[in-house]
Design a protein around this ligand. Sequence first.
Ligand SMILES: *[C@@H]1O[C@H](CO)[C@@H](O)[C@H](O)[C@H]1NC(C)=O
Ligand SMILES: *[C@@H]1O[C@H](CO)[C@@H](O)[C@H](O)[C@H]1NC(C)=O
Ligand SMILES: *[C@@H]1O[C@H](CO)[C@@H](O)[C@H](O)[C@H]1NC(C)=O
Ligand SMILES: *[C@@H]1O[C@H](CO)[C@@H](O)[C@H](O)[C@H]1NC(C)=O
Ligand SMILES: *[C@@H]1O[C@H](CO)[C@@H](O)[C@H](O)[C@H]1NC(C)=O
Ligand SMILES: *[C@@H]1O[C@H](CO)[C@@H](O)[C@H](O)[C@H]1NC(C)=O
Ligand SMILES: *[C@@H]1O[C@H](CO)[C@@H](O)[C@H](O)[C@H]1NC(C)=O
Ligand SMILES: *[C@@H]1O[C@H](CO)[C@@H](O)[C@H](O)[C@H]1NC(C)=O
Length: 791
Amino acid sequence: MLRLLLLLFSVVTLAGSVIITQKQQVSIAQCPITYYTEKYTNVYTDVSNGRLMICFKGFYNPGKSNDCIQGPVIDKNQITFNIYQDNSLSSTIRQKLKLLTNDLKCYSYFSFLSEGRTTALKLYQFGTQTALGLQYSDYQQPGTGSTDYPRYAYTLVNNEQVHSVVASKAAVENYGDITGCRLNGFGMARNTVKSFPETCTTGSCSSAAVVTSTTCGDREYCDGKGSCKQRGLCTVTGPTVIDFRGQMNSVSDRCEYTLLQDQSTGFTLKANFLERRRRDVSFVDSVTLDFSQGADIQLLQGHRVLVGGSPVTLSGSVQTFNGVGLSKDQTGVTANISLGGASFSLFFDGTTAQIFIDVLAGHSYKGLCENSSSFSSSKLSSDSSCQQQYQEKVDNTVNCTAVTQQCNILKSPPFSSCNAVIDPQPYIAACTETLCKYPAVDGLRCQFLGAYAKACQKRQVNIENWETAAQCSSSTVMCPGRTCSDHEFCGQIDNSTATGCRCRAIFAAPYINSSSFGAPTVCQHNSASLTLVGCLLEQRGIDYSLLTLLDKTCKGQVDETTHLMTFNFTSDNCGTIVTTNNSQVIFTNAVTLKDKITRKDQAFIEFSCLYKKPEVNHVAFRIQDSPVVQTVVSGDWNHTVTMKAFADSMRTQMLDPSYQVQLNQKIWVELKSSGLDENLISTVTDSCWATNQPSSDSSQKYFLIQDGCANFDDQTVQVERNGDGTLNYFSFNMFKFTDESRDLYLHCKLQLCLKQEGNCIPPCSVQTKRRRRSAKYHQRDAAFLSMGWST
Ligand SMILES: *[C@@H]1O[C@H](CO)[C@@H](O)[C@H](O)[C@H]1NC(C)=O
Ligand SMILES: *[C@@H]1O[C@H](CO)[C@@H](O)[C@H](O)[C@H]1NC(C)=O
Ligand SMILES: *[C@@H]1O[C@H](CO)[C@@H](O)[C@H](O)[C@H]1NC(C)=O
Ligand SMILES: *[C@@H]1O[C@H](CO)[C@@H](O)[C@H](O)[C@H]1NC(C)=O
Ligand SMILES: *[C@@H]1O[C@H](CO)[C@@H](O)[C@H](O)[C@H]1NC(C)=O
Ligand SMILES: *[C@@H]1O[C@H](CO)[C@@H](O)[C@H](O)[C@H]1NC(C)=O
Ligand SMILES: *[C@@H]1O[C@H](CO)[C@@H](O)[C@H](O)[C@H]1NC(C)=O
Ligand SMILES: *[C@@H]1O[C@H](CO)[C@@H](O)[C@H](O)[C@H]1NC(C)=O
């Protein structure tokens, strides 16, 4: 009872007691406290699970970060609050809490009924230091089932418990020192140490409430499990990027990305990604070192290097370009770069790029190697085509369970000897993620294992004989002596170990869809050309250097850069078969494998050119304009017809408008076509007649040639050449119409005749005058030409 009296009366009140409800904001500005380094001048009383909550940043809300003291159970909606300016307990408390160095100044007092006992919770202010007191009375309130078990109070910082104070015996006040420190938002008691494994931070709060912390060094990163790992190793293999922090992510498009950018020097290391066998998986394809000044250095497929766009030949010894040491061995190309005091090296073998930072020199970098999640800020390509995503069918040959087992070998010997130095998990994840989607061909499985082994080697851990243990042959040289073009990549052919240039999936898709090996045949006049795509043939195991046309001596021409193969042929070479029907002329040829009968079905590509049959328009010209050259376009046949008259049989002395033709003088008329394939087509002079009017239909007509043959009644007419080529001529003696007309017009009808149909020469004989028209040529195909003479 004595102690209870002490509790109630031995104090000097500052403001006079107030009754507050469970939920109320109360000012403690007259006795502010420092609560784990935060100074508070208000409290917010509240109840949670029936227990009193005294919070400092606002009312208690379990979803909101707050600093609170969680008191004991509260019975009624009533708290007596007061602030006391009293230091009488100073030495009592400081005897219990040895770290308190200041004197007690004042305290805030909260009294309430807790399970039938009056309970007091006090916040003692010792200047910048703070103590929490808790006590319950030994007086049992009448009519309550009072209990005499301990009451607890807990301090919470950001909702996490730091201290607890227990009043274990009635009428005895217990104290806790709640001065403390804060680290990463967590509260800490004085003279304690706390570790944060996610960030590898360890902090200690000293007796003077000063916090000190240690975390990973400049050249280290935290593995999220409390260990600091060495920083500065970035692996890009296939679609995956394992950044300096060991975080793995995959590139899902075919764009160019920044791997590393040093803003202070302007240096950027870029990687371009492209698809291979599947349109939905991309692989690192080339790496570019872009200097703010000086030529770019590009490391390409097939261990090729371009400096400023020009190829350079590298050997085992280091050559310096633009301050970069470049060298090459059978495994790949290495570049050593020193910039602004930082130095690092880059290795690229066509499938894996690894960046090792030797000296950071305080530079900070951006890009996928710094943060493999930063795809959007690291993307360099602005065109949208590289971002297009494709849906591909799931590859049923992939057994994800088996693949995962194979990738997990990185946790077993001999790889496990490196596990402590380099976490195998991101490499296993890269391997599994890729190979569960993409077939384990083209050495892909070993590529992931090799990337881990190479990373270990850089950390001075040599994994002995990993190739043997993992059944990876280290000696396989991919595509020896070959340079695949931009639409190709070097890969396995069939299931064999042989490698060759295969088509990239997006390039090949339209050809595969149409089951073709190349572009449609291009037909022109009497020639045609066919272009085949080398990689489509190669990935089917066809050695395209052996391909020929039907005539085995006709080989294709291969473009060394694009690997496109072109076959040219005309109607009369390379074994071309020419057929015709009423409306069309068809050239047919085929590409076939030389001397490889067994594979003939695979490589036999038949193709045709279809042409409309010749059809010639009427043209007319007069001798006054002689010689006149006219272009005749008829369907596919574009040719020039010339009609000339000569005074001599050798056809050297041409009759021009000034020439005076004498009556009965013998003249020669030549009809010549050019632009036609003479091997295929002949011109036939079907008929020639004279009129005294410009119109060919005038009533006065005198025939010199009819149905391809000379007018038998006019002995002067001689058809000297007709139908065996594209040049025809005939002769006749000049005459005059009897009606005194001054002009004479000569009209000829020419027609084109396909030689393959048979003989185009009209069969004329003395006996058969007025022959029926030859079945081989037709009136409607005729060209109609006229020539006139003025007298
Ligand atoms: C690159 O630098 C590393 C470390 O400085 C060195 O071990 C390596 O031999 C160098 N390689 C070349 C090709 O310069
Ligand atoms: C990495 O980048 C992502 C996306 O930009 C970002 O959300 C994340 O916080 C970054 N991580 C680090 C460690 O900077
Ligand atoms: C996948 O591989 C696992 C382990 O090698 C094997 O047990 C399972 O039968 C395979 N599944 C199929 C569908 O082949
Ligand atoms: C390649 O292997 C697959 C599956 O093992 C098989 O179905 C296919 O016929 C093989 N192809 C060749 C050309 O051997
Ligand atoms: C294949 O060709 C057809 C018809 O030309 C077209 O409709 C289809 O979209 C094509 N498919 C692909 C995958 O290109
Ligand atoms: C084949 O024909 C194409 C198109 O007419 C031409 O460009 C090319 O030079 C020709 N090639 C050969 C080898 O004749
Ligand atoms: C001629 O060939 C074309 C193309 O092959 C075809 O459409 C047409 O029906 C053929 N005509 C005859 C009479 O065979
Ligand atoms: C016919 O040939 C001439 C001369 O070569 C050319 O100018 C013209 O465009 C050609 N016409 C057609 C329809 O091919």
